[in-house]
Design a protein. Sequence first.
Length: 135
Amino acid sequence: IGFAAIELPQAGLGSKTVITETALGPKAETKLMGNIGTQNQLWAIHGCCVAVVSAFGIPLRVVRPSEWRKEVLGNGRIEGKESKKECRIRLERHKVHVPNEDAAEAGAILFWLHARYRRFLAEEEALAKIAAGRK
C-alpha cells in the first residue's frame, strides 16, 4: 500500500432547538442530535486505524468530509444520503461499481486521495529537477 486516507469523524453531535407547547405556553428546548456512545466509538475506531496504518509506515492523510466532497462532488456542503448517492453516480461514470453507498463514499475519498497524491509526486519531481540543476 503506497498511501492511505481516513475521513475525520464529525467534530460534535450538533444540536437543534425544539419548541413544544405546554400549559404555560411554548417552551424551547435544545436537544442533542446523535448518540454520544456512537460518537465515542467512531473516534476510538479512527484512532485505531491511524495507529495501525502509522505502525506499518504507510503515509496517511486524514481528511475532513467537506474537503474531499468539495473537490470530488463540487460542493463541500452535501451530506448524508445525498452525498452517498452522488458519490455512487460519480464512480459509476468511471465504471467503478460498488456494493452500497458507504463503499461509494470510500471510493470517492480514494479518487480524492489519488488526485492529491499525483500532485504531490509532481511537486516532488519538480523540486528534484531544480535541486539537480543546482549541482
